[in-house]
Structures are given as structure tokens and as C-alpha cells.
Write a protein that binds this ligand. Structure first.
Ligand SMILES: *Cc1c(COP(=O)(O)O)cnc(C)c1O
Length: 365
């Protein structure tokens, strides 16, 4: 699905030297790389504050708690995402309220968000899925109208934009993941809370360090959720290359679009006028109940295509009893297929993927 070795090979001289620098310094926690990375990434995203944490999941939990979301609250979010999005809501003691997606972008449908607002609603948690922005202007307008907080889940969309603005700079807070396969990936787990709000940033810094502003003076029960020096050093190197690598993802997406244009039964990814898609995934739809057939056929030819996601969150055991019926998310689960894509992917491999997909669907042509 994703080959990380070429990127690491290309950057190895730089990476080796910073890794060696950290190892030799003997400072592995709370050192100069974390602070420098936080400043550089805040600059890159055009936000005032960036707080490094241990994972994208922790970033969501800490962002929600820093905005005051907790027990008794409801958070409106999408069922069409990685489990961690809703899990974070549950982990802070709140309840996710799932609303259906807009089928072209796979992201929250703003009209449905507004209809779901109730007396317990405290926040909206849009996800920029597959690298494509959610429609944030109407979501921010709803938040203003009802006094809600907005946390962007940017785990899949580092470098993506909404109406020219970097994703993660628009909501009241944003959560990023640096899981190795994300568009900006570390050599292990890592995450970040971004915000323009000084109080939210301060709360997030406190929560990531056992609820203490000063060591040994915990004010609340927090977490051990630090970004470590080695990861920060690797991320500083990779941050300098992320824009060109997102461009390469966009080029690879255009190649797929040319190869697959007009194949009956296949719907290509959509890029809304407001979005700059960074193709964390290149996800197509296969109509007519033939998705699994196509996936199996590709697999037999040694091509790994993946279903993101086989079950929408509202139908998984932790949330089934909420009783949601969300037809667009359920249809997506039956139709989507993510094709292999990474910045260095060989166009010849893409041609082979496209050919296999075409013959799986139309064997006699
Ligand atoms: C990866 C991901 C997360 C969680 O990030 P981790 O770093 O793996 O904890 C959250 N939300 C979405 C949409 C993701 O894709």
C-alpha cells in the first residue's frame, strides 16, 4: 500500500546526522528538538501554538479536554473515519453523535451537522479524510451560532488546504498524527495539538505532562503524552520536504485519474473547489457490489488495495447501540477501495494497477 523505504533512503544522510546528534546529546525528552519542531511546525501551519504529544489519538483527547469537553457533553462527528476520532470523544467522557457524510468528499455534511445540534452539544469534530478538507466555513458558522468548539482532525491531511488556508489553522484546535504512514510521518508514534488560543495551548501543555505546569505540582489528572526528541528531530527534517512530497502525491493522483478516466463502474476521487487535496489515500468507488471482487483480483496479482473503512463507526460494537442509520457512510463501506499511492510510486506500477482494475471489472474488453 505504502513504501516508506525510498523516502528514508533519500533523506538518510540528513536523518542519520540528526538521529546521531540526539543520541550523543543524551537528551531524549523535553530537549531542543521538540521546542524547535513546535516553532517550525506552527510557522508552517500559520498557527500561534503547537504542542507535541505522543500520538494523533492523544492529540484529539488533549485538544477536546483543553477546550473543556467532558462528561455529559455531545460531540458531533463523522462515522466515516478511523476509529480514533470517535474513541477520543468517548475517552474524555463525552458521547459522539454521528451524522452522515457528503458522498463525494466523504466528509461531514454541514446541513446534517446543524440538524444534530442539541442542548448537550459542546463541540464539532470534522475530519479531513483521505487528505481532502471538510467544508469548514459552514461548520464554523454553525459553531458560532450555537457557541460550540471545533476540533479539526487533520491526521490524514498535513499540508492540505481549505480556501487557501492550511488545514489545522481554522478550528479552535486541531489534532495531527505523525504515525509513520501519514503525510508527515515520524519513526514511530507522534502527534500534535495546534491552536491560536493561548489558554488552550497552555492547558494542552499541562495535560500532556501529568496535568502539571510545573513538574511535581500536578493540578489535574493528565497524561504521559510527550513527543520525544528523536521523533522531533526526524520530523524537523521531514517537515522541510513535506510540501514537495505532497506535490508528488498530487502528481501521482493525476496519473491515476488519466489512467482510470471513463472506466465504467469506477468513480474517481473528487476535489472540491475549496480544497487542496493531499491524497493521503487515493480512494475510488466501485459500484454494483463488485468492490470485493476487484480487491481480490488485485491481491492475486500482488497489488495491495485496502478498504478504508470496512465498517462505519456507528455500526461497530462500541457505538451500535446508539442506533444511528447513516446510508451514505454505509454505502461507502460497500464501495470504496484505496489504491497504492505514495510520493515516490513508479508510474509503471500505477499503470499496472489501473490495468488490473480495468480487467477485473471488464474482462472481455
Ligand atoms: C491516524 C488517525 C488518527 C490517530 O492517529 P494515531 O497517531 O495513530 O493515534 C486519528 N484520526 C484519523 C482520521 C487518523 O487517520
Amino acid at each position: 500500500m505504502v513504501d516508506l523505504t525510498e523516502e528514508i533512503e533519500g533523506l538518510w544522510p540528513e536523518l542519520r546526522s540528526v538521529i546521531e546528534g540526539v543520541a550523543r546529546s543524551g537528551r531524549f525528552i523535553n530537549g531542543p528538538n521538540v521546542q524547535a519542531f513546535e516553532e517550525e511546525v506552527a510557522d508552517h501551519l500559520g498557527v500561534r501554538y503547537a504542542v507535541g504529544v505522543n500520538s494523533g489519538t492523544d492529540a484529539l483527547v488533549i485538544a477536546l479536554r483543553s477546550l473543556g469537553v467532558g462528561p455529559g457533553d455531545e460531540v458531533i462527528t463523522t462515522p466515516w473515519t478511523f476509529f480514533a476520532t470517535a474513541e477520543a470523544v468517548s475517552l474524555v467522557g463525552a458521547v459522539p453523535v454521528f451524522v452522515d457524510i457528503e458522498p463525494k468528499t466523504y466528509n461531514l455534511e454541514p446541513d446534517l451537522v446543524e440538524r444534530a445540534v442539541g442542548p448537550r452539544t459542546r463541540a464539532i469534530l470534522p475530519v479531513h479524510l483521505y487528505g481532502h478538507s471538510a467544508d469548514l466555513d459552514p461548520i464554523m458558522a454553525i459553531a458560532r451560532r450555537y457557541g460550540l468548539a471545533v476540533v479539526e482532525d487533520v491526521a490524514q491531511a498535513f499540508g492540505g488546504r481549505y480556501r487557501g488556508r492550511p488545514l489545522g489553522s481554522i478550528g479552535h484546535a486541531a489534532a495531527f498524527s505523525f504515525y509513520p504512514t501519514k503525510n508527515l510521518g515520524a519513526f514511530g508514534d507522534g502527534g500534535l495539538v495546534a491552536t491560536n488560543d493561548a489558554a488552550v495551548a497552555e492547558k494542552a501543555r499541562m495535560l500532556r505532562a501529568h496535568g502539571a505546569r510545573r513538574k511535581h505540582f500536578s493540578e489535574t489528572v493528565g497524561y504521559n503524552s510527550r513527543l520525544d526528541e528523536l521523533q522531533a528531530a526526524v520530523l524537523r527534517v521531514k517537515l522541510r520536504h513535506v510540501a514537495e512530497r505532497n506535490e508528488a502525491r498530487r502528481r501521482a493522483a493525476r496519473i491515476y485519474a488519466e489512467l482510470l478516466e471513463g472506466v465504467p463502474g469506477v468513480t474517481l476521487p473528487f476535489e472540491a473547489g475549496y480544497a487542496r487535496h493531499v491524497y493521503h489515500q487515493y480512494t475510488v468507488r466501485i459500484a454494483g457490489g463488485r468492490r470485493d471482487h476487484v480487491r481480490d483480483r488485485l491481491s492475486r496479482e500482488g497489488i495491495e488495495a485496502t478498504v478504508h473503512y470496512p465498517v462505519p463507526l456507528h455500526l461497530l460494537p462500541p457505538y451500535r447501540s446508539l442506533g444511528h442509520r447513516l446510508p451514505e457512510a454505509e454505502r461507502a463501506a460497500a464501495e470504496v477501495l484505496s489504491l497504492p499511492l505514495w510520493p515516490e510510486i513508479d508510474p509503471e506500477l500505477q499503470a499496472r494497477v489501473a490495468e488490473s482494475l480495468r480487467t477485473a471489472l471488464h474482462p472481455r474488453e
